[in-house]
Design a protein around this ligand. Structure first.
Ligand code: ADP
Ligand code: MG
Length: 224
């Protein structure tokens, strides 16, 4: 219980950090991008134009990653409206499917009819993306990511279940999930799950994790 309280105390901090980082990192990148564009067009540097172009593309890619991971905490988009979770999933499924097929993995989405919920679309998209990315990263090629939604009468909640066929999560890792910057990956940010917990808390939702050596399922439960 104490651990849960500490985790909750971290949530606000993570949101603030995320918003700050995304601004602080994007501004210098914009400057660099502008100069690269000038250099790309410079007469005397035409033999390097291809390199400058590549550098711009890489910057754009990094910028896209920042957008995906750290776009929450932006107060301008903090609006909540009664919505169907299924249509948000539908909307973001194209993006997830691109990742999935790039990594030669499979995805299956099964949605049931569910009541509408007060949702912040941007935040929920971010939560779905972050959990799906982790699921995909946990699996070998050929693995299946299974996304489903349903209503649970006994708990009066809508469940978003995201299941992977990865190796599962060891107890010592499980304890630290959601702690800012905790990652077991060489190229991880360690921000994905912390952001998810923050978003869930703002939506009267919880995230439960069920894991075994066969894989992991993240249950995000939206209480009505
Ligand atoms: P990152 O993905 O950048 O490492 P996250 O906060 O998204 O940061 O996840 C933190 C850690 O939780 C990961 O490094 C990984 O060890 C563990 N984790 C999260 N999701 C899964 C999953 N589906 N399967 C196995 N491990 C996971
Ligand atoms: Mg992640």
């Amino acid at each position: 219980y104490e651990k849960e309280l500490k985790r909750l105390a971290n949530l606000d901090l993570i949101g603030q950090m995320a918003a700050g980082i995304s601004h602080e990192v994007r501004n210098p990148m914009t400057t660099v991008r502008g100069f690269l564009q000038l250099l790309e067009q410079e007469e005397g540097l035409q033999e390097h134009a291809g390199h400058f172009h590549l550098m711009i593309e890489e910057l754009d890619r990094a910028n896209a990653i920042i957008t995906e991971f750290l776009s929450v905490g932006n107060t301008r988009t903090s609006e909540v409206q009664m919505s169907n979770l299924n249509s948000i999933i539908e909307g973001i499924s194209r993006l997830i499917k691109i990742d999935t097929s790039n990594q030669r993995k499979e995805i299956e989405i099964e949605t049931e009819e569910i009541p509408e919920l007060p949702l912040n679309h941007n935040e929920i998209r971010q939560l779905i993306l972050n959990i799906c990315r982790n699921g995909l990263e946990a699996m070998e090629p050929g693995g299946l990511l299974y996304i489903s939604t349903y209503y649970r009468v006994d708990e009066n909640c809508v469940v978003l279940a995201i299941q992977d066929q990865g190796e599962g999560i060891r107890p010592e890792v499980m304890e630290k999930i959601g702690t800012p910057f905790f990652t077991t990956k060489d190229d991880g940010t360690g921000l994905g799950m912390g952001i998810c917990y923050a978003i869930a808390a703002r939506h009267n939702a919880t995230i439960e994790i069920k894991t075994s050596t066969e894989g992991t399922t993240f249950f995000t439960k939206f209480y009505l």
